[in-house]
Design a protein around this ligand. Structure first.
Ligand code: 5GP
Ligand code: ZN
Length: 107
């Protein structure tokens, strides 16, 4: 059992508004949106943060970064978008399962 809320979302144990899913990553709407479009992209495998990423995560992180603009475009963010990865308490991280915020206003 894990207490990680994003692992529970990835496992379907806690509902989320998923907008993209494949075998290794999941994207869903942030529960407290800070922008008209505010999505979170997570790996299905747990690691706490970028500071905990290991060489074995290199390909996964690359594929996630390449997925970001595709998801952003699908949500109308054709004029641009912000990405944010908070790392550690000092970096404002609140949920300790790596996630990429994707935020913006549809063009
Ligand atoms: P952090 O500060 O760790 O970078 O961001 C965590 C984000 O997760 C916050 O923007 C917060 O609103 C979001 N969040 C926390 N709990 C949940 C949840 O149960 N469901 C969803 N969809 N988002 C969550
Ligand atoms: Zn987790």
């Amino acid at each position: 059992m894990t207490d990680c809320i994003f692992c529970k979302i990835a496992a379907g144990e806690i509902p989320a508004n998923a907008v993209y899913e494949d075998g290794e990553m999941l994207c869903f709407k942030d529960i407290r949106p800070a922008a008209p479009v505010h999505l979170l992209l997570i790996p299905k495998t747990h690691f706490d943060s970028l500071a905990h990423a290991a060489p074995e995560h290199e390909g996964l992180l690359g594929r996630m970064m390449l997925k970001v603009p595709q998801i952003a475009a699908e949500h109308g963010l054709t004029g641009g978008f912000k990405t944010l990865v908070n790392t550690g308490k000092g970096g404002g991280q609140e949920v300790f399962h790596l996630h990429i915020h994707i935020m913006g206003t549809p063009a």
